[in-house]
Design a protein around this ligand. Structure first.
Ligand SMILES: Cc1cc2nc3c(=O)[nH]c(=O)nc-3n(C[C@H](O)[C@H](O)[C@H](O)COP(=O)(O)O)c2cc1C
Length: 192
């Protein structure tokens, strides 16, 4: 029988991300991060392909990623504002789990379903972190779509890409409210 969990439902009905720029130390330790990664890896995955993996970027690696963002931004002709925005997640970051989508060859499972599964892993990780009392935020930024950055900073292969940088640390400020969708407006029922 399905296990009832009103607390889990209440959490899902009230959860909010904590903007990465408001996160402060401490970040989770390796031991504290382990159950969060375990929860994230327990995500729907058609065909059991496990089309994802994790790279944990801790505080020590943030300056290297910030400098590489600057270098790539200049090489790509980005504006100073875009470069500053791109590197800010590393300038300010305490710890980020980079969820990597790993496309697996399959005759049965379409590539897009593997992409959806990687997105599900990002949300599961975000929610596990929030449920454990951490502040957390799922970011991308232009670097996550830049092959040069992905290869140099994260050593990604051609069949891999960044699904998200999930920043996890301690909440430093109350998170802002934001409007939520009108669920009635986006839902239709088909009954016959
Ligand atoms: C794939 C993806 C990438 C995102 N990238 C960014 C980003 O780079 N910068 C940003 O401010 N928010 C980004 N967001 C939005 C935040 O993660 C988040 O939706 C927002 O802070 C509100 O979160 P909440 O609905 O959990 O409260 C991204 C969201 C998704 C799904």
């Amino acid at each position: 029988m399905t296990l009832e969990s009103p607390a889990a439902l209440e959490f899902l009905l009230s959860r909010r991300s904590r903007p990465a720029k408001t996160l402060v130390a401490p970040a989770p330790t390796r031991e504290e991060l382990q159950p969060l990664l375990t929860a994230a890896a327990r995500s729907p995955d058609h065909g059991k392909l496990e089309p994802w993996r994790f790279i944990v970027v801790d505080k020590g690696a943030m300056p290297r990623l910030a400098a590489l963002t600057e270098e790539r931004g200049r090489a790509l002709g980005k504006s100073p504002e875009d470069i500053a925005k791109g590197r800010s997640q590393f300038d300010l970051g305490q710890l980020a789990v980079v969820v990597i989508e790993v496309q697996k060859p399959s005759e049965k499972i379409p590539a897009i379903e593997q992409t959806y599964s990687a997105g599900a892993v990002c949300l599961a990780l975000l929610n596990a972190a929030l449920a454990a009392g951490w502040g957390a935020n799922w970011l991308s930024g232009w670097v996550s779509h830049d092959r040069g950055f992905c290869a140099q900073a994260l050593d990604l292969a051609d069949n891999e890409r960044v699904a998200g940088f999930v920043h996890i640390a301690t909440e430093g400020a109350a998170p802002p409210e934001r409007p939520r969708p009108d669920v009635h407006a986006i839902t239709s029922w088909v009954s016959e």
